[in-house]
Structure formats: C-alpha cells, structure tokens
Write a protein that binds this ligand. Structure first.
Ligand code: NAP
Length: 283
C-alpha cells in the first residue's frame, strides 16, 4: 500500500477503511472482512459508538499492531477541556483495547478547541497518539489553530468527493504541512454518484467501476481516502485501485464536476453549530 508521510514523519496508508454508520453489532464482522481484504488503516470515532467492536476485530485478526494505522476522534468536550479530552482519549483507547493511537482527530471545530488541542498536544508528546489532527476545519479555523499553537495538525479530514473537491483547501493545507483526508469520498452515493455519466465513461475506458475511478482520482491527487462498505465484494473492489492511472485529461474532466459546496451540511450554519456543539456522548 502506498503511504503518505505526515508532517512529523509518521507514515499513513493512502487508502483505508471507514466505519461510520456501521451498527456496533455488525462492526466486528465488517472490520474483520476489511482487514482480510487488506485494509490496514481503520477510521472510527467515539461518536460512531463502535470502537469496542473495531478493537475486537483488531485483536482477533492477529495482525501485528505495528502494521495497523488506527484513527479515532474526540467529540466536543465540556469544560475543563484539557482534563476531559484526556479522559475521552483514555476511554477510546480502552474501548479499542490499544495502548496507543496512530492518529487522534478533533472531530469538530467547536467547544474549547484550544483546550482540547493543548491536551492532544500533550498526548502526542507522550507518544500515546503518534499523530494528532482535526476534522471539518475550514481554512479560517485551521489556520487560526495552526498559527497559534506549537503542533501543526498532521491531518485535516474533510468532506471531499467529486462534487466538492476542495482543491484550494488542499493547496492551503499543503503550504502549511497538513495532510488532506477525504470523508464521504463517494458522497455516500448522493447525486447518483455511482451512475454519474462522466465517471462511468472514464471507468469503462479503464475497465473499472465508478467507485474505483473516484478512489483513484482521490489518491492520485494525494488525498487519503477511507471508503466505507459493509459488503466484502465492495471492500475488495475499493482497494483494487493501484493498477491503473487516470490521464491528465481525465483528471481535468473530473474537476468539472465540482460544485464547490457541501452535499451534507454547512459548518457555518448556526443551527448545525448549535446541534453539534450541544451533542454529548455517553461514557
Ligand atoms: P462513503 O464512503 O462516501 O460512502 C459509503 C456508501 O457507499 C455506503 O452506502 C456504501 O454502501 C456505498 N459503497 C461503498 N463502496 C461501494 C461500491 N464499490 N459501489 C457502490 N456503493 C458502494 O461514506 P462515509 O462512510 O460517510 O465516508 C467514509 C468514511 O469517512 C466514514 O466511514 C468515516 O470513517 C469517515 N467520515 C468522517 C466524518 C467526519 O466528520 N470526520 C464524516 C463522515 C464520514 P454499502 O456499505 O452497503 O456497501
């Protein structure tokens, strides 16, 4: 598997497996199948409610810990953010049954972001989280955090797919040493992505599916992708994207699909900010 090198030297697979919206009772089996299919990067979150099942699949796989890259995410913490962030980290680690994380992400740019980040910096310095980063940070928030703290986020995981491509954001992140990671790489199938005519036509030329074209397009741009599927045949399909290359012309054609806006929600919408900022997790 091709790797990207993060700003602190940590190596991260360019393609991994996401487990959002996989019910906890289905997660162990699904992650076991993903590991068997060859995925080594697993992306979960405290808010997905399935960390324990991910941990069971990791333990049962017998794969040496050093060969895996495990990410989980911190939900918005109550004050005092420093103490609560460290407590949330220990809870996630215990649920996963691990003694360190490869990547710990702040899930949302809300709450006492600075207090949360200082605690994450400590976890990083102690080696408990090999890399720390953020998710859902638009450029203004990302730069504010980056310019006013010691440790630059290694990763920003943001909505990135053919209909919201984030090229300018990616360029800004590159300038500041922040690796872009895509969530919702298939836009969760919105806008009929899997039958989109241009992507289908390009796929036919390479004897590949639309899903494979999208993952190739992301990884060819240097974007880390974490497709989710509960179906073993799709897991195999989604990791089989390194034996072909999109031409410059095809990359340029795909860039015309960009609408420049989210298909999910706007992190600047007061109603959404209120909902996300007030949501609290149990345990
Ligand atoms: P996604 O990967 O864009 O799309 C998943 C959907 O595509 C599922 O409905 C899946 O169905 C379908 N699918 C997968 N492979 C397919 C294929 N080859 N052909 C046809 N359909 C296929 O959506 P996502 O899960 O939202 O995003 C990926 C990961 O990003 C998440 O799992 C999570 O780890 C992360 N994420 C992070 C955030 C954040 O705020 N940081 C937000 C959202 C997601 P089946 O499962 O039925 O195959």
């Amino acid at each position: 598997m091709q790797q990207v090198t993060l700003n602190n030297g940590v190596e991260m697979p360019i393609l991994g497996f996401g487990v959002y919206q996989i019910p906890p009772e289905q997660t162990e089996q699904t992650v076991s199948e993903a590991l068997a299919a060859g995925y080594r990067l697993l992306d979960t979150a405290a808010s997905y409610g399935n960390e324990e099942a991910v941990g069971r699949a990791i333990r049962n796989s017998g794969i040496p810990r050093g060969e895996l890259f495990v990410t989980t995410k911190l939900w918005v913490q109550d004050a005092p953010a420093e103490a609560n962030t460290k407590r949330a980290f220990e809870t996630s680690l215990a649920k996963l049954g691990l003694d360190y994380l490869d990547l710990y992400l702040m899930h949302q740019p809300y709450g006492d972001v600075y207090g949360q980040w200082r605690a994450m910096e400590d976890l990083n310095r102690e080696g408990r989280a090999k890399a720390i980063g953020v998710a859902n940070f638009y450029p203004d928030r990302l730069l504010d955090l980056t310019l006013n703290n010691d440790i630059t986020p290694a990763v920003n995981q943001i909505e990135t797919h053919p209909f919201f491509q984030r090229a300018a954001d990616q360029e800004l992140m590159r300038e500041h040493g922040v690796q872009i990671q895509s969530w919702g790489g298939f836009a969760e199938g919105k806008n009929d992505l899997f039958t989109q005519p241009l992507l289908s036509e390009i796929g036919a030329k390479h004897d590949k599916s639309v899903a494979q074209v999208v993952l190739r397009w992301l990884t060819q741009r240097g974007v880390v992708a974490i497709p989710k599927s509960v179906r073993a045949e799709r897991m195999a399909e989604n990791i089989d994207v390194f034996d072909f290359e999109l031409t410059n012309e095809q990359m340029a054609q795909i860039s015309t699909l960009d609408t420049g806006s989210s298909l999910f929600f706007d992190h600047h919408d007061p109603e959404m900010v209120t909902w996300l900022a007030k949501r609290r997790l149990d345990g």
